[in-house]
Unconditional design. Sequence first.
Length: 304
Amino acid sequence: MRRLAEEYAWYAPLYISDAVGDYLAPDRLEVFKQACCDNGTQGYWDLLAQFGECRLAEMGVSYREPRLLECLGCGSKFREWSIHVGLAKKVGFRIHFCYDCYFKAFWDQSRPSASMTRDDMLNRVIELAAALESIPLATFVQNPDLSTASEEKQISVVRVLLTMPSYGAYVAKFGSWLQVLILAGILADGTQKTMRGVRCVALDGHECLSLAEKAVDDWLSSHSIPHEIEPPYPYHPYLNPSHRMRADWKVANTFIEYAGLMNEPEYEARMQEKRKLAAEFGIPLIVIEPNDILSLDLKLGPLI
């Protein structure tokens, strides 16, 4: 508890419940939870937090006073305690910007971009890459987290984020975040290596997860075949209960799958489920495996 008070100051009560819960043996915690329920008290975590605060007071532990700071974004004066804990976590509780600036940088997905040209938007991405000293991945831009970064890097990155349109604005303008990185010159060869392959952009602008997928997409484009990417499979209570299963492409009423990892049992099982789904609903399905990439005319020729 002393460590929590020292590390998190006025945020400490939010962590005391977890700390006490971790300290108790699992069976003792269950007994406590059941006792709370039996007495009509559902918020047992709140009780643990209250207990922790009482113990800190008994121990004579007090939180440090929140500093009055000047925001490095807008220049306004603010107290540290005014920053929401969710925002404070993103910078490892090393606070240098006011609530409004942190909110705009990390959470505001409606940052305007109407006044910015395409070049301005791409320049902001280049600045972000320089501040991060790495490729700004889509996952970071959608949900920035600088909790492990140095304070100097935090400050540089937040300052850039404050000037950038939202992730959604970039996708709406350029089609995909991968396309943004390519046009900004951050991915010089137009590709990004991942554990699953090489992410790249097809000739028609579709984002592909591998060079093989790009070959299929480019084949469809080169033969002027209209195609939709990631069409959803129909809902099925057993085979697709979440309604999240998707194919790679759809041409008219035909689904196309590139099955590049059939050597992985889980992947193969999912592909079998897709085959069953297609059969269940009478959907024509073309499955392309790696050996088929060199003979796409044979696999996809009937679509012409």
